[in-house]
Design a protein around this ligand. Sequence first.
Ligand code: AMP
Length: 288
Amino acid sequence: MAPGAPEVDRAPRLVRDRPALAAVRAALPGPVGLVPTMGALHAGHRALIERARRECASVVVSIFVNPTQFGPGEDYERYPRALDADLRVCEASGVDVVFAPDAATIYPAGFSTSVDPGPLGTVLEGAARPGHFRGVATVVTILFGLVRPDRAYFGQKDGQQAVVVDRVVRDLGLPVDLVVVPTVRDADGLALSSRNAYLGEDERRAAPVLHRALQAAAGDHARGERDAARLRARMQAVLAAEPLARPDYVSVADGLTLEELDVVSGPALLSLAVRFPSARLIDCWPLA
Ligand code: AMP
C-alpha cells in the first residue's frame, strides 16, 4: 500500500484444497497465525482473529465442521454453516487466508491415522462425548501440518480443548506456540457460542445460569474456599434454581491433568455442561 493511502478491507484468499493452500502458504510472510474454527463466526471467534492479527504478519482462519468430533446423534448435520457471512467477518478483521476444505480434503480416500490424546480425552466432555477429543486432536494436527502456523489461537471457552491441544503439541513436539484467548460473553454473562442459535427465548433467558454458577464458585475460591466438593456443590445449587437447566456435570479439576480435585491448591479449572431442551451448553472458568 502506498504511504498515506487509505486502508481498505481486502478480501481474504479463499482456498479449498491442499495444493492451493500449499501454494498460498509458501508466499505468506511470517509469523503465521492460525485460528481454527467450525465457522458461524461470532465475536468470540473475532477476538481470536484480532489477537492473531495483532501478533502475526499473516493470519489464516480455517473453517471446517469436522465430522470426526461429532458423535452419533449429535448436531453435525444441523450445525450452522454460513460461509458467505464468515468471509465478510474475515474480510472486516483483516484475515489473509480462509481455508475452507470439504471433508474429503481433510480425510482423503485411504485416510487411516488418528491422534488419541489418552486420558485427557476421556474425562469431562470426553466422557459425555466418546471420541470427541480424538476427532479434535486429529483435525488440529492435520491443520497444523497443512498450514504450518507459528502460532495457533484457541478460546478459553473450550477449556478442555485447549488443555488437550497443548498436550498433543508438547507430546508430539509440534513446532507451534499456542495462545489461549479469554472467553467473550454477552452482557448477561452467556459465553458466545454458535450453538446459542439453537436456544428458544426462554432457554436463552435461562442460559446465563452457567456463568452465574461459575462466578459463584470462583467467588468462593477467591474468598479462600479450597474444598473442591463444596465448590462443586455451590455450582450445583445455582444450577438447581433454574428449571430449564439439566446439569450434565460440574467439575473442579487440576488445570493440567484435568483430574478431579479434593483440594484446590494450584491452577484449576471449574467447568460444567448443562442440557437445555434445545441445546447442550458448556462453560468454564480457570482458577489461578
Ligand atoms: P468453534 O468454531 O466453536 O470450534 O470455535 C473455534 C475457536 O473459537 C475455539 O478455539 C473456541 O474455543 C473459540 N471460541 C468459541 N467461542 C468463544 C468465545 N465465546 N470466546 C472465546 N473463544 C471462543
